[in-house]
Design a protein around this ligand. Structure first.
Ligand code: FMN
Length: 357
C-alpha cells in the first residue's frame, strides 16, 4: 500500500508508533521501524542529558527512518537543540507556541528532515500547515492522554478535507478495520499508541500490558484535573479522587522536585519551564493557563510515571484510550503490523466488491 505518508517517510506501511512518554523506548521504536512502520520516541522524558544516548541506541538497532516526539515545554525545550544536532529523520512536535514551532520546522527542513505536527483542532491544523509542517497527526477524542472534544468520525474528514498536506489519524487505531476506516475518512495513515505498547517488544510491565488486554471501551475517563489539560486515563480510585479533591499543595512541591531531578533541570530552568507551561495551550494556539493547571502538571507527571514505569495502576494514573477496549492479545510488533495490513487490504477489496454489486 502506497500513501502520501509512506512516500514522505520512505516506509513500507502507513503506520507509526505514537510518541508515548516512558513507553516508547529505543527497543520499541526500532522494532516498529524494522517491521515497516515509523518508530517514534517520546523524547521529553530523556531531557537534555540523555536524549543523544537514546537516539544513538535507536540508530544501533535500526537503519530505517525513525522520529523523535517532543512535547514542547515540560523540560523538552532544553533538549530540542540536541535532537536537531542529531539530524533525526523525523521531528514530531506536540503542544508549543507558533514562534518556537516555526523555528523548529525551519531548522529540521534545513538538514532535510520531515516535520509532523500533532493537533486536535481544525484551527491548529491550518496554522501548522501555514507554518510549514509536512504532515499532521490528528488526535481524536478516543485517544489516550491529551485530545480535543471531537471524535475521529467528524474530526478526520474535517481536517483532511481542509488541508493540502496529508494527515495521520491517532486515537483508537488498533487493527486493519480502523486503518481502513481512517483511509476512508481522508487520512494517509494511522498512529498506534496503546496498541503498540501492548506488544512483546514493548518494555511496559506485564501487569500494565494485561490491563490493556482486559479493559473495556467503557473503562476510561477524560478530565483536566489529572495534569491541567484534558487527559484520558484508566478510571480508578486515584482518578476519581483527583476529580473531586482540591489541589494538594504538599504533593505539588514533591512532584515538582521529582520532575526537576528526572529532567536534570537547574532551578532557573525549572522556573523557566513553569513559565513556559503557563503560556502553553493544548494545540498550537497562544493563551495563558492558570497556575493551578501548571501545578497539576507536576502531579500528573509523577502519577503517570508511577503507573507506567512503576507498574502501579492503583495508586498511579495509567493513560489509556477507548481503543484499548479492542486490544485482546500481546503479539510481536511485526505480527501486529503485518496482520493490520492484510486485514485493511482485505476490507478495502471487500468494500470495492460491495460497491460493484
Ligand atoms: C503513557 C502515554 C504517554 C504519552 N506520552 C505522549 C507524549 O510524550 N507526547 C505526545 O505527543 N503524546 C503522548 N501520548 C499520546 C499518544 O501520542 C497518542 O496520541 C495516543 O496514545 C493515541 O491513542 P491510542 O493509545 O488510543 O492509540 C501518550 C500516551 C500514553 C498512553
Amino acid at each position: 500500500m502506497k500513501t502520501r505518508m509512506t512516500e514522505l517517510f520512505g516506509i513500507k506501511y502507513p503506520i507509526m508508533l505514537s510518541g508515548m512518554n516512558w513507553l516508547t523506548t529505543p527497543k520499541l521504536v526500532a522494532a516498529v521501524s524494522n517491521a515497516g512502520g515509523l518508530g517514534v520516541l517520546a523524547g521529553s522524558q530523556y531531557g537534555k542529558t540523555r536524549i543523544k544516548d537514546a537516539i544513538k541506541e535507536i540508530r544501533d538497532l535500526t537503519d530505517k527512518p525513525f522520529g523523535i516526539n517532543m512535547t514542547l515545554g515540560i523540560g523538552a525545550r532544553e533538549a530540542v537543540p540536541m535532537v536537531i544536532e542529531e539530524k533525526v529523520p523525523v521531528f514530531n512536535y506536540a503542544l508549543g507556541r507558533p514562534p518556537e514551532i516555526e523555528k523548529i520546522i525551519q531548522d529540521v527542513h534545513a538538514y532535510g528532515g520531515k516535520v509532523i505536527g500533532t493537533v486536535a483542532m481544525l484551527k491548529h491544523a491550518l496554522r501548522s500547515q501555514q507554518m510549514g509542517a509536512d504532515i499532521l497527526i490528528v488526535t481524536g477524542y478516543e485517544a489516550a492522554s491529551h485530545s480535543g472534544n471531537v471524535g475521529a468520525l467528524v474530526l478526520l474528514p474535517t481536517i483532511a478535507g481542509a488541508l493540502k498536506i496529508p494527515v495521520i489519524g491517532a486515537g483508537g487505531y488498533v487493527d486493519g478495520k480502523s486503518l481502513a476506516a481512517a483511509l476512508a475518512l481522508g487520512a494517509d495513515g494511522i498512529a498506534m499508541g496503546s496498541r503498540l505498547a501492548a506488544t512483546k517488544e514493548a518494555e511496559a510491565a506485564d501487569s500494565i500490558k494485561q490491563i490493556w488486554v482486559n479493559m473495556t471501551e467503557e473503562d476510561t475517563v477524560i478530565d483536566p484535573t489529572f495534569d491541567g489539560i484534558n487527559c484520558r486515563v484508566l478510571r480508578n480510585k486515584k482518578a476519581d479522587e483527583l476529580m473531586t479533591k482540591r489541589l494538594p499543595l504538599f504533593d505539588v512541591m514533591w512532584a515538582g522536585l521529582a520532575m526537576k531531578e528526572e529532567l536534570k533541570l537547574t532551578y532557573p530552568e525549572m522556573i523557566r519551564t513553569a513559565l513556559n507551561m503557563r503560556n502553553m495551550q493544548a494545540g498550537v494556539g497562544g493563551g495563558k493557563r492558570k497556575w493551578a493547571d501548571v501545578m497539576r502538571f507536576a502531579i500528573g507527571g509523577s502519577l503517570f510515571r508511577k503507573a507506567t514505569v512503576g507498574g502501579d495502576p492503583v495508586e498511579g494514573l495509567l493513560m489509556a484510550g477507548q481503543g484499548a477496549g479492542r486490544i485482546k492479545d500481546i503479539p510481536t510488533v511485526k505480527e501486529l503490523l503485518d496482520r493490520t495490513m492484510v486485514e485493511a487490504e482485505q476490507i478495502i477489496s471487500e468494500m470495492k466488491q460491495k460497491a460493484d454489486g
